[in-house]
Design a protein around this ligand. Sequence first.
Ligand SMILES: *[C@@H]1O[C@H](CO)[C@@H](O)[C@H](O)[C@H]1NC(C)=O
Ligand SMILES: *[C@@H]1O[C@H](CO)[C@@H](O)[C@H](O)[C@H]1NC(C)=O
Ligand SMILES: *[C@@H]1O[C@H](CO)[C@@H](O)[C@H](O)[C@H]1NC(C)=O
Ligand SMILES: *[C@@H]1O[C@H](CO)[C@@H](O)[C@H](O)[C@H]1NC(C)=O
Ligand SMILES: *[C@@H]1O[C@H](CO)[C@@H](O)[C@H](O)[C@H]1NC(C)=O
Ligand SMILES: *[C@@H]1O[C@H](CO)[C@@H](O)[C@H](O)[C@H]1NC(C)=O
Ligand SMILES: *[C@@H]1O[C@H](CO)[C@@H](O)[C@H](O)[C@H]1NC(C)=O
Ligand SMILES: *[C@@H]1O[C@H](CO)[C@@H](O)[C@H](O)[C@H]1NC(C)=O
Length: 628
Amino acid sequence: MKRLISIYICLAADLQSVLGVDLCATPIHGCKNIPRLLSKDDYSIEFGDQSYQNHSVLLYLEDSALYVGGANSVLKLDMDSRNINKIFPLNTTGQQDCSEGPCENVITVMEKFEDRLFVCGTNGQKPQCWKLSPSVSNQSREIETSCDGTGISPFSSTQNSLSLTADGDLYAAAPLEADGSLLEFRRKAGKRTKVWMHYNWASEPTFIAASWVKQKDDPDNEKIYIFFREKNSDTNPEADPWISRVARVCKVDEGGSKQFLQNIWTSFLKARLICGFPKESLYFNRLHDIFVLEAEDWRDTRVYGLFTSSWNSTAVCIYTIEMIEKIFENSPFKGYNKEIPKPRPGTCTTNSKSLPRDTVAVVKDYPEMTGWVHSLHHAAPFYISSNNYTKIVVDRVQAADNKTYNVLLLSTDTGNIHKVLEAGSEPLIISEIQLSNNSTIHALKLDSKKKKLIVGFSERISVVDLQRCQYNSCAECVLGRDPYCAWTTSGCVPTVPDGIQNIVDGNISVCPSTGIEQAKRTKRDDVSASAVPSTTVHSVPLDVPFYLSCPIDSYHAVYTWRHEDRTSPCLQMHSDCLHLITKMTQKDYGDFECVSTEKDYTKVVKKYQLTELKIPVERNIGTTISIS
Ligand SMILES: *[C@@H]1O[C@H](CO)[C@@H](O)[C@H](O)[C@H]1NC(C)=O
Ligand SMILES: *[C@@H]1O[C@H](CO)[C@@H](O)[C@H](O)[C@H]1NC(C)=O
Ligand SMILES: *[C@@H]1O[C@H](CO)[C@@H](O)[C@H](O)[C@H]1NC(C)=O
Ligand SMILES: *[C@@H]1O[C@H](CO)[C@@H](O)[C@H](O)[C@H]1NC(C)=O
Ligand SMILES: *[C@@H]1O[C@H](CO)[C@@H](O)[C@H](O)[C@H]1NC(C)=O
Ligand SMILES: *[C@@H]1O[C@H](CO)[C@@H](O)[C@H](O)[C@H]1NC(C)=O
Ligand SMILES: *[C@@H]1O[C@H](CO)[C@@H](O)[C@H](O)[C@H]1NC(C)=O
Ligand SMILES: *[C@@H]1O[C@H](CO)[C@@H](O)[C@H](O)[C@H]1NC(C)=O
């Protein structure tokens, strides 16, 4: 009964119910679309410092040093010693007229470039870049050189920008004008020619990410992929105002000849990035963040896109570089009906200046592919949620079975991290880690070697240990399906090769048999299983209201109350399951058990015994009600 109610609430929660996807706005037990575990953060380490408050935080990780960009400074945090051990003050330099806006220097770019830490900032609306030598132990020699940062850093931190270093070159997208105009993706510095985009290749773009995908066997064919959203040219009022894109340029592209497209990409192609329900023509059109997970073979490199829709829900869609390349290499060019010239427009060549004019002309006028890039789970996004996620990173985790699993780490606008398992076509939301009550997470950085997630708020930095294994028995450790954890004789611990785990199914039959029998509620003692709880006795008078309470451990389990031979649903109040008795009668005395059921694992969470409290008639007034 309760289960039916909760399923109904889940389904009613969103428009997507029409599509058979249940989203729970609030954590309701037995609902699969919410985090299985909710854990308050009691274990992340924190760095707090006045000097980077109130700014979108930029994080850059190198070895075990974390650089944090804020206002007027770059901080260096030592992850091992947990010390803020170096500060580069980078105040606004030069003569500035700040009457029109903020005069501070908000750091917007941090890259490793020409063997130095290369940092750019808004510099009081006169973008500037600095080359820092972080190895020197005192501050006097920290700044090596500086240069104009226009086109690399935006003029203010609210403007869009991105940067990338690849094979000795610096790429960036930032406006050339203080009003945010002339925003495009360019190669700005390094060993190759400076190259930029043609003005009509993107309409009011917002650049999200750029990524260099290496090809060991064919480096001259390597591409830089650019992910952005732009204004939809379809002005139909029904149409979403935004359209999400993947574009690419060749790393070796030096632009066109002196006569045609000089210093403009000759290899720029773009395609629509689809995330949604193609059959129903329902799309999540607004790309918000991208994470590129490199693979041994470049074709298998995965792209994780975080999108939002016009109806305020978010989705994650997954693509591979192979799927993206198939479109760029085979699709017709949108609006171009003649025979496709040879070499095919977009082909990488080290002498792009001598490409035939026909080929380059198609790039100039028809850079958009007719074909769309669909996601790996073609019919629907991999993961849909009503949470307002802000960032995504993905970790590759080697589990106890020696197989690797991808774990998505998503941050919310309310200060939480969601750990989501990608194993098969269905996501499993392993846990929610609450780091703050209501602050937005602006930045995420993953240290995959150390299994730490660095989380940037505007007022502090937190570091989350991804290998926290808060499971008390083998069955719970396996049901949790957390690839970072496995069961051993010392409990549920960070994964070790011969640990017990079953990531794909969470089937507890892999646990030692005593553990399973324990799970089936036999009385046998076993340290590897959670003990059957002891009984709490309450003496309660007749005719008074009373309630029993049971903590919810797993929100994917269904909780019920057993009394005599009857089972009743539990009434959820926040993180507890209650049994309410409006007025004690004779049949309400006796034993109660709160039972959780998840897959084939049944556990007695709480045991109570209610006995009648006989009250002498003359003292019947003023009895206090004891509450469990
Ligand atoms: C951050 O912003 C708040 C309100 O906007 C302000 O009160 C506070 O002083 C600011 N903190 C810093 C360090 O600038
Ligand atoms: C900084 O280091 C240089 C050489 O490493 C040294 O000559 C200089 O005295 C140092 N400055 C300070 C302020 O410690
Ligand atoms: C989505 O959220 C925005 C505010 O962020 C609001 O203006 C808009 O009405 C919401 N749309 C729906 C369909 O709820
Ligand atoms: C997401 O943001 C929208 C608009 O601001 C808000 O209405 C909605 O409640 C948020 N969702 C969650 C889960 O916080
Ligand atoms: C995993 O690999 C280790 C060595 O790399 C090996 O000892 C172990 O037996 C393997 N475990 C499984 C389940 O294959
Ligand atoms: C959240 O709020 C509660 C109560 O206001 C407070 O005790 C707790 O410390 C807060 N947690 C965080 C992470 O700020
Ligand atoms: C966070 O919550 C507290 C209390 O609930 C409120 O006073 C504060 O303004 C909130 N902060 C933000 C950024 O919403
Ligand atoms: C777990 O595995 C056992 C043995 O392989 C199988 O009999 C059982 O049906 C499985 N349970 C579930 C829930 O898949």
